[in-house]
Design a protein around this ligand. Sequence first.
Ligand code: NAP
Length: 467
Amino acid sequence: MTSELGTEGHPLRVAIIGSGPAGFYTAAHLLKQSDVHVQVDMFDRLPTPFGLVRFGVAPDHQKIKNVTRVFDRIAQQDTFRYFGDVEVGKDISLGELGQHFHQVCFATGAETDRRMEIPGEDLTRSHTATEFVAWFNGHPDYRDHQFDFSAERVAVVGVGNVAVDVARILCRTPDELAQTDIADHALEALSQSKVREITMLGRRGALQAAFTNPEVRELGELVGADINVAPEDVRLDPLSQAELDGTDDDTLQKKMAILEDFAERSREGKERLLTLRFLVSPTELIAGEDGGVRAMRIVRNELVSDGGKLRPRATEQTEELPVDMVFRSVGYRGLPMEGLPFHESWGVIPNEAGRVTDPETGQPVRGMYVSGWIKRGPSGVIGTNKKDGTETAGFMLEDAASSSVLDPANTDPSALEALVRERQPHVVNYADWSRLDELEQSRGEASGRPRVKFTSRAEMRAALDAT
Ligand code: NAP
């Protein structure tokens, strides 16, 4: 029977778990094959699709979200179905998926944060970037989080692009925010914000900062905040200077030019002050009388060469930085999936170019694949997932061609749908999502915003029931 796999009468049935860019790009490559018939069913534990495009990309970076038009086109194909608000591992098990699909691909991203592992990390007013970003983007699981914007001084730990997003959103004026699709609750809270000083902290030097040039340049163009970098923070130590001299990568030269320009600027008297600091690490968060963050102890670092990489090493020099609120933005981590191996220290599902592998034998786990951040770790931009998803899909097709697939008992698409509906009567399909999408956009039109998001399942269900 499997010899005809991929024909019209016996299509390759694939489940993709996660509807972010990695999931969609994997689906795109599978569905564009002219010689193999593939049916993709995509599952997401949230009602709405697009993962980090909806819940990660900052609301003031609206253009980046246009990529959803590409995903829309993929979803319009009649060989694609979407099952939103269905959690694999809870509503339906991996074993059950194996009864309905030849292959299962996990594109579940990196859902949690790495920790700093310092005393005081869990004090009141110490938050993860994930919480804040998900909250201002209207993620249903985070809408009730509370952030105390009566805080005047905020530290953002980390100098990656997520830290930049966090700092920039804290600096935006109410007028700027009101033109975006930021969640209404966040618009209201941030419009009352008393935050005046935001300090971003990089544990290594300016040259090693993880942010990309367009993103850091934008920090010098903010209407509501002056940028501040101390000249000594952009003066390179000999190891970094040697690194810069020895590379022909002009993005590093440009990065330094941007930061040197910031260091030469004087304050213009804007409402907020955004400071970038380098070669410092938090060692402790200190509580005030109310039990919340009052200060952060930081240590000055120096760079040491370790196997060709420049790493931070603490010096004796410490300082107490007065801050009332902290956002930790030190990278994301993937979460394990029941029934699949997991690489604890890397936070990914072990794999070889997308084929899940058993860490004990090193052999592929039949029918199981990964794509995106759960495959390679939390790095790269949205477009990186195109190459990544295409790679995984290529191996899925290769394995299907050699019949190295699962052996599902029931490949009738309607049987799977019936099972899902039995488990989750509120399942959201793509037509439902398209209606929600239109409603959100029309709610936004009235106030000149790209959309006004639904931020709870109850709101979404009510809206769908009413149409
Ligand atoms: P990231 O780029 O890996 O940056 C993480 C930052 O945390 C780095 O500065 C890292 O420093 C620092 N860090 C890690 N552990 C630390 C510790 N214990 N103490 C202090 N600092 C620590 O991760 P991200 O910002 O979460 O972004 C994830 C991915 O999404 C990246 O590829 C990013 O470019 C992408 N993204 C892109 C955009 C955009 O294009 N606009 C927006 C958001 C996110 P070290 O370098 O020293 O490790």
